[in-house]
Design a protein around this ligand. Sequence first.
Ligand code: 5GP
Ligand code: MG
Length: 187
Amino acid sequence: MSDLLEQRLQQRLDRVLFSKEQIDQRIESMGAEITRDYSGQPLTVITILQGGALFMADLIREIHLPLKLDSVSVSSYEGTESTGRVNFHQSKLPDIDGRHVILLDDILDTGRTLSAISQRFAEECSPLSIKVAVLLSKQVDRAEHVDADYVGFEVGNEFVVGYGLDYNGEYRNIPLIGVLKDEYIQS
Ligand code: 5GP
Ligand code: MG
């Protein structure tokens, strides 16, 4: 990204929580951990679109094992609020029979998304196991319990953007994670 574009988008942030360097480092060590845990096993990494796309692209290059990739597309957020419903945007689920699965998402918040997806996978498919990796875990009381097996960073209960995380579809391409200035959030 050019310095100018980076500056223009980043001007909209009130605070930076995690820099590109911090994110890169954390993902490198998470990849090393996954490499150790799944050595010699049939592994499928499934990302939750759109938010998990950047995390997936960087994480899989730090997993030094043969693996398959897939994705599911769901949504539960409107603006800066969770609607409490998880909508699946496709009816066909990935083919994960007989494989270990790591589900990847950008952020664990209420837990509804990861819980709904793990439940559908467990009920409708026959994976060997399902684990969860998230770049961020929000410190909130979850509506649904989710065990996150790999967590990048803990964040407080605030709305964050960047590195895949959007506000009304935008800001996903900021290469770091931060909090938007109030003036850029429609009330
Ligand atoms: P959950 O189902 O755990 O409430 O939320 C998961 C989804 O909500 C995430 O995949 C993400 O799309 C969205 N989400 C939750 N918290 C945030 C946040 O702070 N910022 C952004 N941009 N999205 C969030
Ligand atoms: Mg999401």
